[in-house]
Design a protein around this ligand. Structure first.
Ligand SMILES: Cc1cc2nc3c(=O)[nH]c(=O)nc-3n(C[C@H](O)[C@H](O)[C@H](O)COP(=O)(O)O)c2cc1C
Length: 209
């Protein structure tokens, strides 16, 4: 089955508290490309969820489940589980993360989701589940920041790399990152066209088109 002939699902995870801001713009335009390529797109905005911080209690190292089982992180855990079982059922499963840079890192709402994904890291690396990763999975990172520092995107890139690894997605993934963007109007038409094309290519890589 090629990617262009099977079912393809893309989950977009939005890490900013600003729902109509720069990273939302990137994600929406990327989603346009995804849908034009014929895939199903679903977005989750983490700032709309009530996700507590990891307590580092060690529960997940024994049980593979988080001890905090009553907050909205359950929606994200379900999304990770869905992506993992889709891969095993032959559905091509993909995740795109859209984040701004806050103090050289991800907004705290997004960071909480990453830390709580430790429960999936322990499933893989302590309890030996999902050791081979998710077949056919792919990740993508969209990032933006207002300044122009050389290493501006290094922390979010590393954080997302280890998130993808925790859930069994490949540790290498394409990234589009934009400096000098403090609000969505700052994106140039060329940049928006590049993001939309990336969404399309994410579903239908050029060699298959
Ligand atoms: C709390 C806070 C911290 C920020 N820290 C940085 C930073 O370290 N480097 C940077 O380039 N931009 C920083 N910015 C600017 C945002 O990255 C930028 O405005 C971005 O476009 C916001 O995207 P959003 O609308 O999706 O939230 C910060 C903004 C806020 C609100």
């Amino acid at each position: 089955m090629t990617e262009s002939s099977g079912v393809i699902k893309v989950l977009g995870l939005h890490m900013s508290p600003r729902l109509d801001g720069s990273s939302a713009k990137m994600l929406n335009v990327f989603a346009d490309g995804v849908e034009k390529a014929g895939a199903k797109f679903k977005a989750l905005s983490v700032s709309q969820l009530d996700v507590r911080g990891c307590m580092e209690c060690g529960h997940c190292s024994e049980k593979g489940e988080c001890a905090i089982d009553f907050d909205d992180m359950n929606q994200i855990y379900s999304a990770w589980e869905e992506a993992q079982s889709d891969g095993k059922e032959g559905v091509s499963t993909k995740i795109v993360i859209a984040t701004p840079v806050f103090f050289y890192d991800m907004p705290s709402q997004g960071k909480a989701v990453l830390d709580r994904s430790q429960a999936f890291w322990t499933r893989r690396y302590v309890l030996g589940k999902n050791a081979d990763g998710v077949p056919g999975s792919k990740g993508f990172l969209l990032a933006c920041g207002a300044t122009k520092g050389k290493d501006l995107f290094m922390p979010v890139t590393l954080a997302v790399k280890y998130l993808f690894d925790a859930i069994g997605f490949p540790k290498s993934f394409p990234t589009l990152s934009y400096r000098g963007i403090e609000r969505p109007e700052k994106f140039s038409p060329d940049q928006l066209a590049e993001i939309q094309k990336a969404g399309y290519d994410f579903v239908r890589p050029p060699q298959e088109a």
